[in-house]
Write a protein that binds this ligand. Structure first.
Ligand SMILES: [Zn+2]
Length: 142
């Protein structure tokens, strides 16, 4: 280490070969360029009861850091069939596989337009509220 920068030579048992391995190495080097070491005491990893670093500990940290308390409580109704409740619950969480959700997850779709009207992007709001088909169904139910 010189002036906080990591220096050294590679000691490969097998040289990186192929486009994927070379790209992985370049990606690693890009990440390491931002790392500056100092003489401060290391931060203790506290996410694993054993005190060591583990995938389990990383998973626990991700869950703890990413958990967001919802602004609402979903009211489950025993009179509504469970599968209907689950669809409503998943819709509120934005977890239905609508075309816009699939596109956000980089899942290829032929078109993200509503398959019923073809006028706008298929979203949870559109499918259940603003689509002409949904509105005609709501008018029959009301
Ligand atoms: Zn529509």
């Amino acid at each position: 280490m010189i002036d906080g920068w990591i220096c050294g030579q590679w000691d490969w048992s097998i040289e990186p070969a192929g486009v994927e391995e070379v790209e992985d190495l370049r990606g690693l080097l890009r990440i390491c360029q931002g790392v500056i070491l100092n003489n401060e005491e290391d931060v203790t990893w506290t996410y694993d009861p054993s005190g060591g670093f583990s995938v389990r500990g990383v998973k626990e940290m991700v869950v703890l850091k990413s958990y967001v308390t919802p602004d609402y409580n979903f009211e489950w109704n025993r009179l509504v069939p469970k599968k209907v409740s689950f669809v409503a619950w998943r819709a509120l969480l934005g977890r239905l596989p609508t075309f816009d959700a699939l596109v956000r997850r980089n899942i290829p779709v032929a078109s993200n337009m509503c398959p019923f009207c073809g006028e706008v992007e298929e979203t949870v709001e559109h499918v259940f509220i603003s689509c002409g088909l949904a509105q005609s169904m709501w008018s029959v139910l009301a």
